[in-house]
Design a protein around this ligand. Sequence first.
Ligand SMILES: Nc1ncnc2c1ncn2[C@@H]1O[C@H](COP(=O)(O)OP(=O)(O)OP(=O)(O)O)[C@@H](O)[C@H]1O
Ligand SMILES: [Mg+2]
Length: 301
Amino acid sequence: MTKPLISIEALARRYPKHGGGETTVFENVWLPIEKGEFVCLIGHSGCGKTTILNVLAGLDQPSGGVVIVDGREISGPSLDRAVIFQGHSLLPWMTVMGNVAFAVTSRHPHWPKDKVRAHCQKYIDVVHLTGSEHKKPAELSGGMKQRVGIARALAIEPKMLLMDEPFSALDALTRGSLQDEVRRICTETEQTVFMITHDIDEAMLLADRIVLMTNGPEAKIAEIVENTLPKDRSRADVHKHANYYALRNHLLDFLVTRSKNFAVEIAAGAYDPRRPPVVRPGERAPAQPPPPIDAPRAVSA
Ligand SMILES: Nc1ncnc2c1ncn2[C@@H]1O[C@H](COP(=O)(O)OP(=O)(O)OP(=O)(O)O)[C@@H](O)[C@H]1O
Ligand SMILES: [Mg+2]
């Protein structure tokens, strides 16, 4: 097996408790992410999803464990890892072009202005904002602002894109069309993505693998669900696939029931946090070979 691009190893986060002691938000989180993979993390509020993303971004320090990117331990933020937050976090005094160019210039300080402009234009076009280059954030809709955030993140051509519920503040129509665009862009550019979402349908559309976390405190990766829908799925036809309901029901059942009771599953089986179970809902178990014939068959007289 090739070395993963990102390797999360034995990650833990603890906070001091009021009145003494510590609370462990999550512990022993292990997850390799391959180059070009789209991974979604799902879990209930407070289980530590944003904390894990912030550690990946280099914005937070874990209490234990490490994150290795391309063979090196993360020690702080880097332009190799672009973050798209829930709020767009654009610079309000700059235009669309200015916001994207600001990021590109930080990445390539020696590029001439023309080259920066042409590079930014490419990504502004990709997110369908052509014609709005000179607008400031206040003149844009919520969906358009979020597109600028996506263009800005992609324009620095990061090794990894980190997204924390990037569409949750948008109306359903805008969310849907942005999901389609993100899927198209990430597939075309083979972008490696780590995304947090609360939305099962969003995860099923976008992710190659869906990582399920148990409830906190002491949250863990319970299971890794491989997406059993075809690669060329789209929002319009995803529900027509034979595996759709099996996958959806599996994710829903985890969030509604199993995420709370996972300790019982751990106690009952051989759970190994380094290798959480991998499941492929909707796919039949591999066919079993027929049992050996060890008794003479009855022969009719
Ligand atoms: N500075 C802090 N001090 C103490 N506890 C903290 C601090 N920051 C975060 N926490 C706790 O860590 C836990 C995980 O927070 P985090 O924001 O990662 O959760 P989350 O899974 O992203 O939740 P949500 O789905 O609501 O965004 C929470 O229970 C939170 O109370
Ligand atoms: Mg969060």
